[in-house]
Design a protein around this ligand. Structure first.
Ligand code: GLN
Length: 191
């Protein structure tokens, strides 16, 4: 059985666990889910999800927990919103004390749709069809390297992308799929 971790230091942890559970049921693929807080929680992980939240806070808490580099080494990583910020190789609007995993060839503009009050819902054009998307103080994503495949758009903006780099797989979303659909979690489990 595949073992998938959900980084459980801050942000939308429970929502991702619920989405993973219903995704695994829908595609009849049993998985083991681990809440990751300590280095020992990471033993034997096949993949990890970094939830949305606040990327500076998540990066600091990962360092404090002694798992920062370990998380970056997991072969399959899905990052939503703050998680996508952490995956990106280039980040505009980063704070000084913030560190990044810098593994995926995307460029991120933090808080590019405005402040918390400007959060919104919108229909997205995705590889799985039209799906509702929730954007909470969301960043904008730009593809900055070869082999990054867009998976969802809001208007002309890429809001989900997938990259395979040798034996590593990265999936980044600027919105919160865990709130509206299991399709991206199903895709991640199938990876
Ligand atoms: N704006 C947040 C950040 O840059 C991300 C917001 C979210 O994850 N919903 O960390």
């Amino acid at each position: 059985m595949k073992k998938i971790g959900v980084l459980a230091l801050q942000g939308g942890v429970d929502e991702h666990i619920a989405a993973l559970l219903s995704a695994s049921e829908k595609i009849s693929t049993p998985i083991q889910i681990v809440e990751v807080r300590n280095p020992s929680d990471m033993d034997g992980l096949d993949g990890i999800i970094i939830p949305g939240g606040e990327s500076t806070t998540i990066s600091k808490l990962m360092e404090r927990a002694g798992i920062f580099s370990k998380v970056g080494q997991v072969r399959k990583i899905m990052g939503t919103c703050a998680g996508a910020v952490l995956l990106a190789k280039k980040v505009q609007g980063s704070s000084l004390e913030q560190r990044f995993l810098s593994v995926m060839d995307i460029e991120i503009e933090r808080n590019a749709y405005g402040r918390q009050l400007d959060s919104f819902e919108a229909n997205l054009t995705t590889v799985f069809g039209t799906l509702p998307g929730v954007f909470i103080r969301a960043p904008k994503m730009h593809v900055s390297g070869k082999g990054v495949q867009p998976m969802a758009f809001y208007g002309n903006d890429i809001v989900a992308a997938y990259q395979k780099k040798l034996d590593k797989h990265y999936l980044a979303m600027t919105f919160h799929p865990e709130l509206t659909t299991t399709r991206f979690h199903e895709f991640f489990i199938k990876l």
